[in-house]
Design a protein around this ligand. Sequence first.
Ligand code: FES
Length: 255
Amino acid sequence: MEDNNNVMKVNLRVWRQSGPKEKGGFVTYKDVETTPDTSFLETLDILNERLINEDHQEPIAFDHDCREGICGMCSLYINGHPHGPAVGATTCQLYMRRFEDGETITVEPWRSAAFPVIKDLIVDRNAFDKIQQAGGYVSFNCGGAQDANDLPISKVAADEAMDSATCIGCGACVAACKNGSAMLFVSAKVSQFALLPQGQVEADRRVRAMVARMDELGFGNCTNTGACSAECPKQIKLYNIGRMNRQFIAAKCKE
Ligand code: FES
């Protein structure tokens, strides 16, 4: 820490678990030195350097990749909130100025039967990939690239489809939901196609397949608490779930 006036210390109470079948528990690491302008993941990096170089202990395992809010890997439950206290931000976009000097911060992995813990703060989110593989794509041959204005799409539909497509599949919605429901994620992935003409051809098959896969994988049911949308770092709207339900019922009626 170069600027001593800017240094803050926090205590990190972190979930440690050596493997999927091992019993886990909290370990508190006191007086971790950081600064208000250091990101939360960088603070974990600082702690890991201390664990490796000074304490000769195993570092804390946590997921991350882009560190700029795009990939959805940084799935940490911080002080009781997926991705921590900042609204509309992922863990990698969270800075230590959100916390008090001397605060004890509790860090946990996602808690959901469908996302089993692999190690420490890393969970297996393969279930989301399996739902995507069930139908979250367009598979027909639509020929060469068309001119942009060949296929008119209203601004409202384009904007809503784009908003739905901002879902990064981090799993915060599942972690926030008392039922462990994946409805917000699946509905965002259904909506990003359902709103566009290119998505209509396979719409019925897509919604049936993705909902069926979601049910198979052990996610809970939606009871409209809205916690998913409130905690979503991309602020995916709850009405996507209503749209998906209407699509699903209509598709089932055609069977
Ligand atoms: S590390 Fe990619 S979204 Fe946080």
